[in-house]
Design a protein around this ligand. Structure first.
Ligand SMILES: [Zn+2]
Length: 414
């Protein structure tokens, strides 16, 4: 299969200036040529599918490096835990489709239960259901009483968690996630906003506990990510060898130096805190969540700005499925990153090239270059002039994943 997309303004994800009148050639699942039309030798004739881009903007498929595909964004916890696993599985497939339809062709899931994330990844890969390509974490590891230890009264047995309280337990838990098929190991290095009984500034897993889990992950060639908000826990995670800090509310100068030194990524997830504050208690978000989000929002924003200024590697992630942080609305994070200080080009790179680097997929996705998988989004308008337009699905005209057309909203156009 050969596809030639002509007449587009190409933003290739590398950060170079857009190229007007560009052509991209796709053979089977890969890009074989991309650049100004005059410099690209495009095949023609029978068997070549010609796509007129109509002067629209062509971007690499977007990457969300922190989502929870098994959740929905509904803050009603009781409703969530009364759903059966088969129901959650079907719902997750719908979430994946919505994410793909919004132009996100690759996602990193930061924790899900009952093997749903792992199975959905495989089902998408096998072509059973549409969705982005996925890297998944399985169950996140938490200390007793920590961010991942959802509190229920002792007479209620709830199995949707993985609690570890020693390096040996952490090691075993990591091995079990890997055995189940996890691509990543997620660790709770601090408390959190939506966990009732802890503080975002409180340490979660200890350095020794995280070290054991990280060693198992790295031994299996897998990366690790830490839910980490307070400085103490962020520092612990970095010292233990973590690959990325998620949220990162309190990055100190010392932490930023460590991140630069070790190439640790930040995935800020600004939209998670934003939606909790904007929607508030009146929308059914628990009081503790709203209170903690408000308490730490300003520090979070400053932390992001400090990291950006220092040149810490930043990948875009939404934490989709936190309250009112709905699947398919992922691009709001790009707007918030720009409002907090990124240029639109930096925000786009965070959601393309940088995401790919964080996921260890730089050789496959993240930029529009020969040899990469043909993950492409055709957008009506210039996202460098108005980053918000990526939130309007009607302007996401075409989504191509691995050379296959996943979404086509071009109407009657050729
Ligand atoms: Zn998360």
């Amino acid at each position: 299969m050969v596809k030639v997309i002509r007449n587009v303004t190409l933003i290739d994800g590398t950060g170079v200036a857009p190229v007007k009148g560009a052509t991209v050639v796709i053979e089977d699942e890969k890009i074989t040529a991309a650049g100004p039309s005059g410099q690209v030798e495009a095949p023609a004739g029978a068997g070549v599918e010609a796509v007129d881009g109509g002067g629209l903007t062509l971007l690499p498929g977007l990457i969300d490096a922190h989502i929870h595909i098994t959740g929905t964004g509904d803050p009603n916890i009781l409703k969530a835990i009364r759903k059966t696993v088969p129901y959650v599985t079907l719902e997750s497939a719908v979430n994946a489709r919505k994410t793909l339809e919004a132009g996100f062709t690759t996602i990193r899931d930061a924790g899900g239960e009952w093997l749903v994330d792992i199975s959905l990844r495989d089902a998408i890969r096998d072509g059973l259901v549409p969705g982005p390509r996925m890297l998944v974490s399985g169950m996140g590891l938490s200390i007793t009483g920590g961010h991942g230890d959802h509190f229920f009264p002792p007479e209620v047995e709830f199995k949707g968690r993985y609690v570890v309280d020693s390096p040996d337990e952490a090691r075993k838990a990591a091995r079990e996630q890997l055995r189940s098929g996890a691509d990543l190991i997620k660790l709770m290095a601090t408390g959190g906003v939506m966990s009732e009984k802890d503080l975002p500034t409180a340490r979660g897993m200890t350095v020794a506990e995280m070290e054991a889990a990280i060693e198992e992950a790295h031994n299996a060639g897998k990366k690790t990510l830490a839910h980490a908000q307070g400085a103490n826990g962020i520092r612990n995670a970095i010292l233990a060898g973590i690959d990325s800090i998620e949220h990162g509310f309190y990055l100190t100068d010392e932490i930023i130096d460590l991140m630069l030194e070790r190439g640790v990524f930040l995935v800020p997830t600004l939209v998670a805190v934003h939606q909790i504050i904007v929607n508030g208690e009146k929308a059914g978000i628990p009081e503790y969540g709203v209170r903690k989000a408000k308490e730490h929002a300003e520090a979070h924003r400053k932390s992001f700005q400090k990291a950006l200024k220092a040149g810490v590697k930043i990948a875009m992630g939404t934490d989709a499925a936190t309250p009112f942080n709905f699947h398919g609305h992922n691009a709001l994070e790009l707007q918030l990153m720009v409002e907090a200080g990124m240029t639109p080009s930096q925000a786009l790179q965070a959601a393309t090239r940088m995401g790919a680097e964080l996921l260890g997929l730089s050789d496959k996705v993240g930029t529009v270059e020969p040899g990469k998988l043909a993950d492409l989004v055709l957008v009506d308008g210039d996202p460098l002039a108005d980053i918000k337009l990526l939130q309007d699905k009607e302007r996401i005209k075409l989504v191509v994943k691995g050379g296959q057309t996943a979404v086509d909203r071009r109407g009657g156009k050729p």
